[in-house]
Design a protein around this ligand. Structure first.
Ligand code: ARG
Length: 276
């Protein structure tokens, strides 16, 4: 009840309400994590670490038996453990993750979505240290004769909305018709059903997909030299520090390698950004 009153206030006098909300957090445990390293970390929902992601993005995050699992999920679980809370995952369009909109509106504490660190995004959100190396790649049906972007003149190339692959295709796939999909699942479905002639996305997810879809292959990679980072709202230093500390520890302890092997079936390559 008290809460409802406060919410009405929020709408009327935002500045005052902010002060009220902040002092409310200070006077009890609401809005913060449990104990341990994350003592002064404010969470958008009490007692849980809320992660925004764009499903499906296998093997980084996807649903299996009604549960969201994956490489990113396991890494963020380590952060949640430090806060003594559970991770709760919110599925939201990738475009509003990468723009910073979801973090700014308080939809989630962090974004873990196989998201590439870019200069543009750095302006709209803060990134952790890189935790994974990636590059763009092209997937097509075996025997299609498509080996590179130049083979897509007058053909359809599937892209995922708001992604670095979308940007890359716009700049480099001259003469191809870009078909934009909201998520990777829809994009790959269009590749599989030949509604598009090829698809562009990150190498990790495409190699994972062709393991099962053996009529398809990753025909080439583009050396885009990308690195994934976990995103937080600009200025949320307390949470960012905890994420970086967690990643660092996981790399040193071998936990990172264990998680990597679980999802990629092998150890990270020596000297890559995916090794310690
Ligand atoms: N790494 C690419 C980017 O940052 C694609 C990420 C898409 N992630 C997702 N969960 N749908 O633009």
């Amino acid at each position: 009840m008290a809460r409802r009153t406060k919410l009405t206030w929020l709408a009327v006098v935002p500045a005052l309400a902010l002060v009220a909300a902040m002092s409310a957090c200070g006077s009890d445990e609401a809005g913060s994590g449990g104990n341990g390293d994350g003592q002064n970390i404010e969470l958008v929902h009490e007692g849980q670490l809320t992660t925004c992601t764009g499903l499906p993005y296998k093997p980084f995050q996807y649903e299996e038996n009604g549960k969201v699992v994956g490489f990113d999920v396991d890494l963020v679980d380590l952060v949640a453990e430090k806060l003594n809370v559970k991770q709760v995952i919110v599925d939201t369009p990738f475009d509003s993750i990468q723009s910073g909109a979801d973090l700014n509106s308080g939809k989630c504490d962090l974004a873990a979505a196989g998201m590439t660190i870019t200069e543009v995004r750095e302006k709209n959100l803060d990134f952790s240290e890189p935790y994974f190396d990636a590059t763009q790649a092209l997937v097509a049906k075996k025997g299609s004769g498509i080996e590179d972007l130049s083979d897509l003149q007058g053909k359809k190339l599937g892209v995922q909305n708001g992604t670095t692959g979308y940007d890359y295709a716009q700049k480099n796939a001259k003469g191809a018709e870009l078909v934009n999909f909201e998520d990777l699942g829809l994009l790959l479905n269009a590749v599989e059903t030949s509604r598009v002639d090829a698809g562009i996305n990150d190498n990790g997810v495409l190699y994972d997909w062709v393991k099962e879809k053996t009529d398809f292959e990753v025909v080439t990679e583009f050396d885009t030299g990308e690195q994934y980072g976990i995103g937080v709202r600009t200025g949320n230093k307390a949470l960012l520090d905890l994420i970086n500390e967690t990643l660092d520890e996981a790399k040193k302890s071998g936990e990172y390698d264990k998680i990597y092997e679980k999802w990629f079936g092998k150890k990270p390559e020596e000297g890559s950004g995916n090794s310690n």
